[in-house]
Design a protein around this ligand. Structure first.
Ligand code: ATP
Ligand code: TZP
Ligand code: MG
Ligand code: MG
Length: 270
């Protein structure tokens, strides 16, 4: 059972190790992702050229693949980087942004999940459903309508993709297909700042870089991230979205065992 104390100790390991996180991500969120990882205590690098991605992935603590603004050359680079990371034993974390919105996105997400051994896949319910061939409505890169049993969906995806699956939303579900946690942290203001899902995927990468138990790493990342958002909303939520975004980066840089112990809400299912 992952608890708040264990989550805080993984966060502490991130700060001590300052892991290099290699991101191949989208143009919308690049700067926010780099700053968020720095705030947390990780070391971000963005590298995209197919000539260098294998070398960068091999020396990283984790590789994060994100198809938010995908194009064929970048997808080629993701596959090269993913295979190099697999060979070097570097964990790969995947964000299938917008899977289900267009056939190209869906097909690419499925191809990456098939060709690369993933440690974690993180998305909203619609994205994860579409990667595994379930129907779930999606509007652009947002979750869209649709209701269903998110725990069952996550467990099915974990079994099918043979990886840890994190489905985020109001509550976050994370599972390796055998053990499942629901995390009741976060704040609705996160949905009003673009890139908070993408940054979260990269934060999971930072946690997976320092903790071999991938399920524990992902759960710890989700708790830490959600608690930081709650603190930021309390401090700056009323001032507006710009202030919230800055307060969130501040909170990521400050949170520790005390805040996680007080506000973390993780529940084991089943
Ligand atoms: P979407 O495109 O559907 O917004 P996303 O990729 O941006 O997906 P989210 O599911 O929004 O990712 O998750 C990002 C963070 O926001 C997570 O920490 C999640 O817990 C949090 N979050 C999302 N919706 C809510 C909500 N309604 N209340 C509280 N926290 C939320
Ligand atoms: N369009 C393509 S990628 C992207 C947008 C708006 C960012 C999505 O970020 P997130 O983290 O899923 O909100
Ligand atoms: Mg969101
Ligand atoms: Mg997203």
């Amino acid at each position: 059972m992952v608890n708040n104390q264990e989550a805080a100790s993984v966060l502490q390991k991130v700060r001590q190790a300052n892991p290099l996180v290699h991101n191949i991500t989208n143009v919308v969120v690049t700067n926010f992702t780099a700053n968020g990882l720095l705030a947390l205590g990780a070391s971000p690098v963005m590298a995209y050229a197919k000539e260098e991605v294998a070398d960068m992935a091999k020396i990283a603590g984790a590789l994060v693949l994100n198809i938010g603004t995908l194009h064929p050359e970048e997808v080629e680079a993701m596959l090269i980087a993913g295979k190099a990371a697999n060979e070097a034993g570097v964990p790969v974390v995947f964000d299938p942004v917008g899977a289900g919105a267009t056939p190209y996105r869906t097909e690419t997400a499925r191809n990456i999940a098939a060709a690369v051994k993933l440690s974690v896949i993180r998305g909203n319910a619609a994205e994860i459903a579409n990667v595994i061939g379930e129907t779930w409505k999606i509007k652009g890169v947002d979750a869209g309508e649709g209701s269903g049993d998110v725990v069952a969906l996550a467990e099915k995806a974990a079994a099918q993709l043979q990886t840890v699956v994190a489905i985020t939303g109001k509550d976050d579900v994370v599972t390796d297909g055998k053990t499942t946690y629901v995390i009741h942290n976060g704040h609705p203001l996160l949905t009003k700042v673009t890139g908070t899902g993408c940054l979260l995927t990269s934060v999971i990468g930072a946690f997976a870089a320092v903790e071999q138990d991938v399920l524990k790493a992902a759960a710890a990342a989700l708790i830490s991230y959600g608690v930081a958002a709650e603190i930021a909303a309390g401090e700056a939520g009323e001032q507006g979205l710009g202030s919230f975004q800055i307060a969130f980066l501040n909170a990521l840089s400050r949170i520790g065992a005390e805040e996680i112990g007080r506000y973390g809400r993780i529940e084991q299912k089943g």
